[in-house]
Ligand binder design. Structure first.
Ligand SMILES: Cc1cc2nc3c(=O)[nH]c(=O)nc-3n(C[C@H](O)[C@H](O)[C@H](O)COP(=O)(O)OP(=O)(O)OC[C@H]3O[C@@H](n4cnc5c(N)ncnc54)[C@H](O)[C@@H]3O)c2cc1C
Ligand SMILES: NC(=O)c1ccc[n+]([C@@H]2O[C@H](COP(=O)([O-])OP(=O)(O)OC[C@H]3O[C@@H](n4cnc5c(N)ncnc54)[C@H](O)[C@@H]3O)[C@@H](O)[C@H]2O)c1
Length: 463
């Protein structure tokens, strides 16, 4: 550990400082270093962020293994735990750091904090280091699991997504707080490995950000797998006696479980990253950005860009990746290299919740479209009524939302086997504003699940 005093540390001038090297920051830092800029990247945890180590990649490996486990009499967790250790390189980011360093980036392990419109201070194992950016600071600090202030919860050995992903064995029982994407995906994984799972969801339905039909399907599917779901119930008190948790609910019931997974949403840490130094309200839910993803504190815009979850435009890896290309171009332009690129367009945001059956969605839900004041027509079709659904007995549906004034789709849901894959067609339809008339005058291969899109489009007439 260095014994230097922070005030003795000289400030090093660089072209760009990237704060947080998760999905978004890693891509921007790599791109800019490859383009020849002098880039310093500051990362407190693992380079790559949540997605490869505790998010998308290991959780989808779990989903994949759980689909097979469902058909086995005595599913074994050990091979899955080994597979996850392999996929995450045992939670080691050496290869990712080396990739960035090979591109010319200077890597600093430590917690970074913005101290001025162009300065960052990083505190890590090697002490304090200070940097000043000639062209840009890029913030990609992501989100952390939010643990609600429930009596007795703090200080217990609770699980967030991280401990759930790192689990060496499936517990005998698991209580899950929160019926969002994380809670649902992990609940289904563990129940399929023999864990008795109970979900406690504050709201009136699970997966509340999606269509009510999606909530019903997800609740039905998890119920079929044996998951118990308590809706409209708040956890009021939590206790841990050294062996198991007791969760007391607002409706008077209580749940006992060996483990407790808290999946009640995620939060950005604006005070922690020093957002106040930019003139941003540290209590805001995200960094406010313009179309070029430049931070907009309200007054004069500093040369600071944001990428990924911290922008509040959708907490998905594909959002961070999409935004990283826009930020790369914008920073290169600010550095006098190349032309300005187009603004980000988040209107056709795809989401896939990887429960079985998968629930894909893009753009607006029916409720969002109506709230936005659009003149709306809805088309709905059951997968079971399609030829392929008839053959396989699969459950699911396609729902499309038309903006009648423009004659285009503004949102859609594709739920069923491969729902996330079928979604692709409707992401194109929404993003490219393909006229509904054209979508109706095309062929859908027989007998596929995606033919249900054609049936949903035909159903628009009945609305
Ligand atoms: C269980 C789970 C499953 C998910 N599944 C999917 C999925 O299937 N598909 C999908 O699209 N998305 C999924 N996501 C979401 C996805 O992981 C995130 O959207 C994505 O990781 C966001 O990338 P990011 O770069 O914005 O932030 P992050 O990946 O969170 O990375 C931010 C990085 O910044 C670092 N950092 C933070 N503050 C500082 C600081 N002050 N100084 C230095 N470093 C700092 C952190 O250590 C971290 O490494 C999932 C998330 C979870 C938790
Ligand atoms: N497949 C994917 O792409 C994927 C998978 C996992 C996560 N993610 C991303 O991560 C984000 C966060 O996921 P999440 O599931 O943690 O959050 P979420 O915000 O989607 O869901 C949290 C749920 O917890 C409930 N809740 C809040 N406080 C509660 C309490 N005290 N008791 C009981 N319930 C409570 C909320 O009503 C909500 O339904 C997602 O929105 C998504 O962007 C994506």
């Amino acid at each position: 550990m260095s014994t230097q005093h922070p005030q003795d540390v000289a400030t090093v001038d660089v072209d760009v400082i990237v704060l947080g090297l998760g999905v978004g920051g890693e891509a921007v830092a790599g791109n800019l270093a490859s383009a020849g800029l002098d880039v310093v990247g500051v990362e407190d945890g693992l380079v790559g962020g949540e997605c490869p180590y505790w998010g998308c990649i290991p959780s989808k490996a779990m989903v994949y293994a759980a689909a097979r486990a469902r058909t086995e009499e005595h599913p074994d967790w050990a091979p899955l735990a080994a597979r996850i250790r392999e996929l995450t390189a045992d939670w080691d980011d050496t290869a990712a750091v080396d990739r960035l360093v090979d591109k010319g980036m200077t890597f600093v392990r430590g917690a970074g904090r913005i101290t001025g419109v162009d300065t960052v201070e990083a505190t890590g194992p090697d002490g304090v280091r200070r940097f000043r950016a000639r062209h840009a600071i890029v913030v990609g600090t992501g989100t952390r699991a939010f643990v609600p202030p429930i009596e007795g919860l703090a200080g217990t050995p609770l699980w967030t997504n991280r401990e759930a992903i790192e689990a060496d064995e499936a517990p005998s029982s698991l209580a899950v707080l929160g019926g969002g994407a994380i809670g649902l995906e992990l609940a289904q994984v563990f129940t399929r490995f023999g864990t008795r799972v109970t979900i406690v969801e504050n709201g009136e339905r699970v997966l509340a950000v999606e269509e009510p039909e999606s909530s019903d399907l997800a609740a039905w599917a998890l119920g079929e797998d044996g998951v118990e779901i308590h809706l409209g119930a708040r956890a009021e008190r939590v206790a841990h006696d050294g062996k198991a948790f007791t969760v007391e609910l607002s409706d008077g019931r209580s749940i006992e479980a060996e483990k407790l997974l808290v999946a009640t949403g995620r939060r950005v840490d604006l005070p922690g990253l020093g957002a106040e130094a930019l003139g941003v309200d540290p209590h805001a839910h995200a960094l406010p950005v313009d179309g070029q993803l430049r931070v907009q504190p309200g007054g004069a815009a500093p040369a600071v860009w944001a990428v990924g979850d911290v922008t509040g435009q959708g907490a998905f890896t594909h959002v961070a990746m999409y935004q990283s290309a826009i930020v790369t171009k914008a920073v290169l332009h600010a550095a006098g290299r190349g032309t300005a690129g187009p603004d980000a367009d988040h209107s056709a945001l795809p989401r896939v919740t990887f429960v079985d059956p998968e629930i894909g969605a893009v753009g607006l839900t029916e409720h969002q479209a109506r709230t936005a004041g659009l003149s709306v027509r809805i088309g709905h079709a059951d997968l079971a009524a399609s030829s392929r659904g008839h053959i396989t007995g699969a459950r699911g549906f396609v729902k499309v939302i038309e903006d009648v004034d423009r004659g285009v789709l503004v949102g859609a849901t594709t739920a069923g086997p491969a729902g996330g894959e079928i979604l692709g067609a409707l992401v194109v339809a929404v993003r490219a504003a393909v006229p509904v008339a054209t979508l109706r005058n095309m062929m859908y291969a027989y007998p596929t699940y995606h033919r249900t899109i054609e049936s949903a489009l035909a159903d628009l007439d009945t609305d």
